[in-house]
Design a protein. Structure first.
Length: 458
């Protein structure tokens, strides 16, 4: 397989010349400065949070001190902060916006599946420059792309912040953008590729699998595109060895993934056959993999190699609406040891799931979204792909996991066999034995945007 990039190293480059200790000291200097900035400029949010817990900004000198602070914000509190600023000050950036609202030059929203959308991707010109440079560095220095490359960028444009985060970096790296709104359907996107000859593909793992099926049906060999790489974001899948191998062989290129939820710690994978997680190459952008809490109790989790916890983000540089002790809801397994694949010395993380879809089944933590993704990937065309975890009470502690799954057209006679397959998959991958309620195709409600993973029956 064609080699991708030059190995993972830090951005900015100066971080690469520092020892681990020097890098920590450097980040702690930025931490003290940005905490002061956030405190001084957010009297109606961060100053109140400090007062509530009886701490002063000066108390936070090190990353260890930061871990002692309670959670200041999560998705719900962020939404309320934004609703309030809209009502009071006629802008959607929240009471935690620390610059003048007029200094926000770009914003991008979340899907708003659970209510009012939020705009966490808001940036000042300086934030914008920094992110574009970091993402540009990833394209050119870490992925080996540059002038002459053409990006087939297949996402819903405008709605998701992916668009906001990724486009500027493409330009910085001198790459031609070929954006196409996925909501136009498969054919316009396929036509665009036919006429513009992209050199790499940027999308989600589910879309790649859908495209592979379409190409197979139409007798097109995707190897003929001669892609240099496939980049994905927003979904898991790359951590499943068989799927990774299948897609890399089908496209004849390396599959890498990228992650930067709400523009926090931009990370990417390295060029290895095995998946070694998301490498946090932007080590001084924020504190993320270094501050973990238990997804249920929100108590601090010791950060050591292999630890699992929910990420709590604190911005070290961001100026627009920076996070300070923000519990992201993203649960990761963190690796502190050098990457066996590429020798990267920073933190790495594997996405485990979302804390808001975590259930505890007889003491075993199960992430509903992750579990459904396993079933969807492994069962493939036997199912329509539409399924939910059923919840019969608001408590996250349950004794029996129940799934609601649509069979694919023509599969009704195979339900007993498929039930056994799914039970075996769940047992092997998630240590649970679910009950399955089957339903015919097209009965589970479809959504245009993000689909809920839990069906509330209470
Ligand atoms: Zn690596």
């Amino acid at each position: 397989m064609r080699k991708v990039g030059k190995g993972i190293r830090f951005y900015p480059e100066t971080l690469n010349w520092m020892t681990d200790e020097e890098r920590k000291e450097h980040k702690e200097k930025l931490l003290r400065e940005n905490i002061r900035y956030m405190y001084d400029n957010s009297p109606e949010y961060y100053q109140l949070r400090f007062k509530e817990c009886g701490a002063e900004p000066e108390d936070i000198k090190t990353i260890e001190d930061l871990r002692e602070l309670p959670i200041f914000m999560d998705k719900d509190r962020e939404r309320i902060s934004m609703e309030t600023s809209l009502e009071k000050y006629n802008h959607p950036f929240g009471l935690h916006v620390c610059c003048h609202p007029d200094e926000v030059v770009l914003t991008g929203g979340t899907s708003g599946t659970t209510g009012h959308p939020t705009y966490p991707y808001s940036v000042t010109m300086a934030d914008h420059e920094w992110i574009d440079d970091a993402i540009g560095f990833m394209y050119s220095e870490l992925w080996g792309l540059g002038p002459g490359d053409r990006s087939w960028f297949i996402f819903p444009l405008g709605v998701y912040a992916t668009t906001v985060a990724m486009m500027g970096g493409l330009t910085k790296a001198g790459i031609l953008q070929l954006p196409i709104d996925i909501r136009l359907g498969t054919q316009p996107s396929m036509d665009l590729a036919k006429w513009t000859k992209p050199t790499f593909m940027w999308t989600g793992p589910t879309i790649v699998q859908h495209y592979l099926k379409v190409w197979e049906r139409e007798g097109v060999d995707p190897r003929d595109f001669n892609f240099k790489l496939l980049a994905t974001t927003g979904e898991k899948g790359i951590d499943e060895p068989e799927l990774k191998k299948y897609i890399e062989e089908a496209l004849n290129c390396r599959w890498l993934d990228f992650w930067s939820p709400s523009q926090t710690n931009p990370c990417t994978t390295c060029d290895s056959d095995e998946y070694y997680g998301l490498h946090n190459f932007t080590d001084d952008w924020d504190i993320a993999f270094e501050d973990l809490v238990d997804p249920e109790t929100k108590e601090p989790v010791e950060v050591k190699n292999g630890a699992v916890g929910e990420i709590v983000v604190t911005a070290l540089r961001k100026k627009a609406a920076p996070y300070l002790k923000y519990a992201t809801g993203d649960v990761v397994q963190v690796f502190t040891e050098e990457c066996p694949g590429c020798g990267f010395k920073g933190y790495r993380g594997k996405v485990v799931g979302r804390s808001d879809d975590m259930l505890t089944v007889k003491g075993v933590n199960v992430f509903a979204g992750t579990l459904l993704e396993t079933i969807r990937t492994e069962m493939g065309p036997k199912l329509t792909g539409h399924m939910r975890v059923i919840k019969e009470s608001p408590s996250p502690r349950i004794t029996q996991l129940k799934l609601w799954i649509e069979w694919a057209p023509g599969m009704k006679d195979n339900l007993d066999e498929m039930t056994q397959e799914i039970k075996a998959l769940c047992k092997a991958n998630h240590r649970v034995n679910p009950e399955i309620e089957w339903t015919e195709p097209e009965t589970i409600k479809r959504y245009d945007r993000k689909t809920p993973v839990i069906e509330k029956r209470y």
